[in-house]
Design a protein around this ligand. Structure first.
Ligand code: ATP
Length: 511
């Protein structure tokens, strides 16, 4: 059986072969963690954006959109806390010259101990069968207890050092645990340094510190600084939200796992402004809304779970992630954060401008609280692509690779295929193409045997293939073949737009 890692490799290969995702500047051997979306990738990406925008902006009367610039006044990032606190602790190996995140090295060390515990648990489970009580075993087995205490000790030392900004303490911990470079085994480490994840650049001709600006590491701050502009010009009443889709940049120390962690990526974020004291209620509302949005796609309810944050960011009073079952396991796909009034208050302080809402009913001003939903577009793309990638053996023993992309998101909705390249069939097929192309994305293909053409469409996730044959010339009917079940129906070509349009419509997802 193929491992999950194999699956990720296959998905990456498939994405390149069929024009979904290419490595960036590949002719120069690529640039690490940068990718380009190809002809089908851009369609899938646009459809995901449309699904999100429809759900957030079109379906909520009190949510409006925004498209803020990537460059912002540098004080924005002082106020948001990113200049001082958007750091990862990094360490270099002097022999291999490889760079690592110190917290990740420690985390991986802990995972190895956890794996040993799990091995003991699995063995005992096998030995005791049904009578096995895992909780009791974990609490009393001397080996497990010793290892768990070891883990707790490491976690405590790491947390204490980080909280005290004692980076030397983090290095000593790495040395005491005898953690070696995972690739070379060397233990020759540099000191640990804090590394700020924001990309810096210079504005215009100004050089030196005064001209430094940052590429935004999140889109959220563009929303916060425009809070009053939107509220006043749109006459918005609290509660209301502002939604935005745009690029964000983070100089991740280690960026890998394909488009899961990149240095340039796209976020779809929504900040929902509410009355202080109502945050718990709205936090629950948005958790529900967002998980419903994901599950409506039909990519398997079991593939999602909530993960509550134990250690909260400086701005949050509650936070969780929606994790998705990626080929690398369950990982964060979206974050939902109750951000309190941290950002608006801080921007008030740094800008000296009031960012308050006047509540006409209570005749008073207040700084709203905020619930944020933040999803990575590229991660959503990877979730969709990896979940839909299936290799299957058909009843007749032949193999096919199919992308079972939810029809509403599929890059091409229908392929129009003349059975033969003669007898007027291509002309008829072109006529159908012409009629359908205003309704949705269609592809025309007349090359090779029909079976091979079906496979090509399966491989790019086209939900419907329309075949034009001799009967079409006689009675105006065509066959529609459905991608997943491969069932074929004969229908009147005049009904195609409605039949396919209904099945691929976004609105089906909102019922
Ligand atoms: P992680 O813990 O994986 O680094 P994060 O908690 O820092 O993510 P947030 O700051 O909450 O992420 O960003 C919101 C969303 O943006 C994430 O849920 C994720 O989908 C996406 N995202 C964050 N960093 C990256 C990245 N480097 N590449 C692609 N998507 C990202």
């Amino acid at each position: 059986m193929a491992t999950q890692e194999d699956k990720l490799k296959k998905v990456i290969g498939h994405a390149k072969e069929y024009g979904f995702v290419f490595p960036s500047s590949e002719i120069y051997d690529g640039l690490s963690a940068a990718y380009d979306y190809g002809q089908l990738g851009v369609e899938l990406k646009n459809n995901i954006k449309e699904y999100w925008w429809t759900a957030m902006v079109k379906m909520h009367e009190n949510i409006v959109g925004l498209d803020a610039s990537i460059f912002m006044h540098p004080t924005t990032w002082k106020a948001s806390g990113h200049v001082d606190a958007f750091n990862d602790p990094l360490i270099d190996n002097k022999d291999s010259k490889k760079r690592y995140r110190a917290d990740v090295l420690i985390e991986e060390h802990i995972q190895k101990i956890e794996a040993k515990i799990q091995k003991d648990v699995d063995k005992a489970k096998e030995r005791f069968g049904d009578a096995f009580d895992e909780v009791q075993f974990r609490a009393t087995n001397p080996n497990v207890v010793r290892r768990q205490e070891e883990i707790n000790g490491i976690n405590n030392r790491f947390k204490t050092s980080m909280e005290a900004e004692n980076l030397a303490g983090v290095k000593t911990l790495i040395e005491d645990l005898q953690i070696a470079d995972p690739e070379t085994g060397s233990r020759n480490w540099t000191d640990v340094r804090q590394f700020n994840l924001m990309f810096k650049t210079e504005l215009g001709a100004v050089s030196g510190d005064s001209g430094i600006i940052y590429l935004r590491p999140e889109t959220a701050q563009g929303i916060f600084v425009n809070f009053l502009n939107v509220q006043k010009s749109g006459r918005m009443k609290i509660p209301f939200g502002i939604a935005q889709i745009g690029k964000a940049f983070r100089n991740e120390i280690i960026a890998r796992q394909f488009i899961f962690r990149m240095r340039e990526f796209e976020q779809m974020e929504m900040q929902f402004f509410i009355k202080p004291g109502t945050q718990q209620e709205w936090y629950e509302y948005w958790k529900n809304e967002r998980i419903r949005w994901h599950k409506a796609l039909g990519m398997g309810e079991e593939n999602y779970k909530f993960h509550d944050h134990v250690k909260l960011a400086h701005y949050a009073d509650a936070a969780c992630d929606i994790e998705f079952n990626f080929p690398m396991g369950f990982k964060e796909l979206e974050g939902i954060h109750s951000r309190t009034d941290f950002d608006l208050m801080s921007h008030e302080k740094f800008s000296g401008k009031k960012l308050q809402y006047f509540d006409p009913e209570e005749n008073q001003n207040f700084v709203p609280y905020v619930i944020e939903t933040s999803i990575g577009l590229d991660r959503m793309f990877l979730a969709t692509l990896s979940n839909s990638f299936v290799e299957e053996t058909l009843e007749d023993g032949s193999e096919r690779t199919v992308l079972r992309i939810p029809p509403a998101l599929a890059p091409v909705k229908a392929a129009v295929l003349p059975l033969l390249k003669k007898d007027g069939l291509p002309e008829k097929a072109r006529e159908i193409m012409k009629a359908l192309r205003f309704d949705f994305n269609c592809q025309y293909d007349e090359k090779d045997a029909i079976g091979r053409r079906y496979r090509r469409q399966d491989a790019i996730g086209t939900p419907y293939c329309i075949t034009v044959d001799h009967q079409t010339l006689e009675d105006g009917t065509v066959t529609i073949r459905e991608r997943d079940g491969m069932k074929q129906d004969r229908v009147d070509m005049k009904d195609l737009s409605k039949i396919i349009g209904d099945r691929v419509a976004f609105k089906n997802l909102f019922v």
